[in-house]
Each structure stands twice: as structure tokens, then as C-alpha cells.
Design a protein around this ligand. Structure first.
Ligand code: RP5
Length: 164
């Protein structure tokens, strides 16, 4: 499914529908900054051909960043990172066993040369915000818009911290 009408800039993918309650926060963060994005289930283990196709076609389809969430033996972010020149942000999804440590370690401990930017366990909101910052690092007009929006966002965070 695709959210917002323009060509997606960010792909939000996950290993199972069951990851969506966590991964929703990434999509919400992107929507807050009006970033066109798509959401899809692409399991590394249960649909490897689709996963390969997703990774190898992502850049030519216009994506700039991929956010990938998975739980347990969470190989999806790393496998996608091995198939695309785009930056991949990994979200370790907490399952009922092992407190999400298995997901975290599966994603964070990548071999040199195949980086995945790993956020905290269930840290999908930060994954979305990190994708926004990656897009804001460009030099196009939309990046300028995002930098201004992020400046306002950070000022709001400061106000919220001081209001406590
Ligand atoms: C992983 O297995 C998925 O990312 C999910 O976190 C976990 C459990 O999947 P389901 O059994 O709920 O489909 O591949």
C-alpha cells in the first residue's frame, strides 16, 4: 500500500503484518513531515524473492531511504542493505520472548561494509525521524523545507522538556 499521493521517497517494510503496530510510528513520523512513503510486508525468510526484488528496485523506483522492521531472527534490514545503495534504517521489533534483544542483536551487528542504522527496540518513531533527517541533508527545495520543519520540531521538543 502507498500512503500519500506522490512517488514514495521512503519505503517502510516489515517482516510480518504483526510488526505493523510497532512500525506504524515510523509511518506517522513521515506523515507529520509530509513525506510520501509506502508500506509493505516483505519477509526475508518467507518471501525471499520479493525481498530481493524490493531491495534491487528501490532506488530506481525513486526511494531514498528504506526503514525495515523485523523481530526475532531479524534479517530483513541487513539483507535489504546488501541489495541496495540506499541507506537502510533497522527497527528491532520486540517479540514475546527474549525482550527484543534477539531482534536488536540480529540487526545491529552487521559486517563491515554493509551498514544498517539501527534504532532502539520498537524505536520506529526515531526511524521515521532519522529518515526525515536523511532527506533534509539533500540540497533540493524539499530538503530546505524539511530543515526548517525540523528546526521547529526541535524547538517544540525543548519546550516540552521544559514544561515538565
Ligand atoms: C519476523 O517474525 C517478523 O518480522 C515478525 O516480527 C516475527 C513474527 O512473525 P509472525 O509469526 O507474527 O508472522 O520475521
Amino acid at each position: 500500500m502507498t500512503h500519500l499521493s506522490q512517488t514514495p521517497r521512503v519505503g517502510v517494510v516489515m517482516g510480518s503484518d504483526s510488526d505493523w503496530p510497532v512500525m506504524l510510528a515510523a509511518a506517522e513520523a513521515l506523515a507529520e513531515f509530509d513525506i510520501p512513503h509506502e508500506v509493505q510486508v516483505v519477509s526475508a525468510h518467507r518471501m525471499p524473492q520479493e525481498m530481493l526484488e524490493y531491495g534491487t528496485s528501490a532506488a530506481e523506483r525513486g526511494l531514498s531511504v528504506i526503514i525495515a522492521g523485523a523481530g526475532g531472527a531479524a534479517h530483513l534490514p541487513g539483507m535489504l542493505a546488501s541489495t541496495t545503495p540506499l541507506p537502510v534504517i533497522g527497527v528491532p521489533v520486540q517479540l514475546k520472548t527474549l525482550d527484543g534483544m534477539d531482534s536488536l542483536l540480529s540487526i545491529v551487528q552487521m559486517p563491515a561494509g554493509v551498514p544498517v542504522a539501527t534504532v532502539s527496540i520498537n524505536g520506529a518513531r526515531n526511524a521515521g525521524l532519522l529518515a526525515v533527517k536523511m532527506l533534509a541533508a539533500n540540497t533540493d527545495d524539499d530538503a530546505l523545507r524539511l530543515r526548517e520543519a525540523l528546526t521547529t520540531f526541535s524547538a517544540d521538543l525543548k519546550d516540552q522538556a521544559q514544561a515538565k
